[in-house]
Design a protein around this ligand. Structure first.
Ligand code: ATR
Length: 278
């Protein structure tokens, strides 16, 4: 019988995480002897936690807020994508050393591949927000060949920092500039927390967008954010953010348990049902 393999998701707080639901579903459907559980690790305890991953019987795990930057520093081997994004969300032990990557950019792109096939033929994007999630989105858009990425943020200095980090294809703007830029772009991505849990709305006038523009939001609570609803009402093609969460989980599962899992509609519905409960 195969060895029992154990993985974790650590963060602080962690009780809201849907990752145990996702990975437990895959363990069960693939018939793998393994566990995946949430561990609450306060910031002061993170270094001690990662130093003892093997001693605790783990093969690796996910890392979420507030440990994503510390996870990058803690690992011996980084994939270039994690260095470029400046944060890591996936850890695994390989040849006795701690390796890390960031699967958020992959998850973002894979979600659009599923929900908005052909999205990458667009060449100009508007990205709203310049926090941690924005960096993963910028990485994915640049990798898929976007030529111009307008980056609008409330704190324009943060948008400028990301433009310096990612190069001349990223153009920083104030948040208010988005409505002047709207008619030029083929893809709109909200990475800000506006619209999350009924908190505010992205101040984008969707009537300014081209009729074939695509709109996506990485916020997935609620699934239909006010921005997505307004875009849909205008007849634009939209993609919600849940698929990014589901897809970013797949590469980690493969590292720890040796099988590439499928992001199915059944899994998506399971997570939606869980979101409706709590
Ligand atoms: P994450 O890692 O999820 O991206 P974050 O780093 O805290 O989270 O970034 C949150 C983003 O939402 C930032 O772009 C933030 O703008 P600032 O850089 O100006 O803080 C944006 N945001 C949050 N609340 C906002 C609000 N009320 N209006 C406009 N932007 C907001």
């Amino acid at each position: 019988m195969a060895d029992l393999r154990n993985a974790f998701v650590c963060g602080h707080p962690i009780s809201h995480s849907r990752s145990p639901l996702i990975h437990s579903y895959w363990l069960e459907t693939h018939g793998i002897r393994g566990t995946y559980r949430a561990v609450d690790v306060p910031p002061d305890d993170f270094a001690a936690f990662v130093a003892k991953i093997a001693d605790r019987g783990f093969v690796g795990g996910n890392v979420t807020i507030p440990h994503k930057e510390a996870a990058l520093r803690a690992a011996a081997v980084h994939e270039p994508v994690a260095e470029m994004i400046g944060a890591a969300n996936t850890l695994w032990l390989e040849d006795g050393r701690l390796h890390t990557t960031n699967t958020d950019a992959y998850g973002f792109a894979a979600n659009l591949d599923e929900r908005l096939p052909g999205w990458e033929v667009e060449s100009t994007a508007l990205v709203i927000g310049a926090g941690g999630a924005s960096r993963a989105v910028l990485y994915a858009l640049l990798e898929r060949g976007f030529k111009t990425i307008h980056l609008a943020n409330r704190t324009v200095a943060r948008a400028r920092e990301l433009a310096d980090r990612f190069g001349a294809r990223v153009e920083p703007h104030q948040l208010e500039a988005m409505n002047e830029l709207a008619s030029e772009v083929g893809l709109v991505v909200n990475t800000s927390s506006l619209g999350m849990k009924g908190d505010g709305d992205v101040p984008l006038d969707v009537s300014q967008l081209k009729p074939d523009a695509l709109v996506t939001d990485i916020v997935y609570v609620p699934l239909m954010t006010p921005l997505l609803q307004r875009a849909k009402d205008r007849g634009l093609r939209i993609a919600d953010g849940l698929g990014m969460l589901l897809n970013q989980a797949a590469p980690g599962f493969e590292k720890w348990f040796g099988v590439r899992p499928v992001v199915s509609e059944k899994l998506r519905n399971l997570v939606i049902a869980d979101m409706e409960k709590r």
